[in-house]
Write a protein that binds this ligand. Structure first.
Ligand SMILES: O=Nc1c(NC[C@H](O)[C@H](O)[C@H](O)CO)[nH]c(=O)[nH]c1=O
Length: 194
């Protein structure tokens, strides 16, 4: 899968059966976003996470990822303390994603154990790319540290479409980085509960 030294090490085997995970994805570059989200969900479920405990939300673009992740996690904390079961987040908890199929998910009560933020930024002719990449990266890191919840960094910042396709597993020599993010979400979510 990877030549040389570069690339992730083997995923730690953790039990994801009791985890609740949010996947928040941008709607820019959707032909790339879709396989990335599918790859993440595949590894979440291979790690034992129940599909009913995966909430998938979409936002207009990567710029909106931090506020959506923060709002989703904060709402899950409030609901967990006030509504021990049932429809955890109401409309906020329903999957509103580009990804076809699957019922609107209503995660069971309890704060999310990890969040995967997914976006694809492709460098253009201006410095717009740099502003979004820098701000979104800092924003996602801040949520991790402010809330103590793992936010898996699924923001592809690429120089051209070919680089993005490779990292979405859409080329013969590619690898779907969404799978790595799903595995990381299981490991970090399980470790958060230890
Ligand atoms: O510009 N390029 C991109 C982009 N721009 C939109 C931005 O994230 C935001 O949604 C709007 O500015 C509105 O706030 N969003 C992406 O996810 N990828 C890009 O490559």
């Amino acid at each position: 899968m990877f030549e040389g030294a570069k690339g992730p090490g083997a995923a730690a085997i953790m039990d994801g059966s009791g985890l609740r995970v949010a996947v928040v994805h941008a709607r820019w570059n959707t032909s790339l976003i879709t396989p990335l989200v599918e790859g993440a969900k595949k590894k979440l479920m291979e790690g034992g996470v129940k599909e009913s405990n995966i909430v998938v939300q979409s936002v207009p673009g990567s710029w909106e990822l931090p506020v959506a992740c923060q709002r989703l996690f904060a709402a899950s904390q409030v609901q967990a303390s006030s509504a021990p079961s049932g429809d955890l987040l109401g409309e906020l908890g329903r999957s509103t994603t580009l990804i076809p199929g699957g019922p609107p998910s209503t995660a069971s009560a309890g704060p999310f154990d990890s969040i995967i933020a997914i976006g694809v930024l492709i460098k253009g002719d201006t410095v717009h790319f740099e502003h979004i990449a820098e701000s979104v990266s800092r924003g996602l890191m801040r949520i991790q540290l402010d809330f103590g919840v793992p936010v898996i960094f699924g923001l592809l910042t690429v120089l051209n479409e070919d680089q993005a396709k490779k990292r979405a597993g859409l080329t013969p020599d590619g690898h779907n980085h969404g799978e790595d993010w799903g595995s990381a979400a299981v490991e970090m979510g399980a470790k958060r509960k230890l």
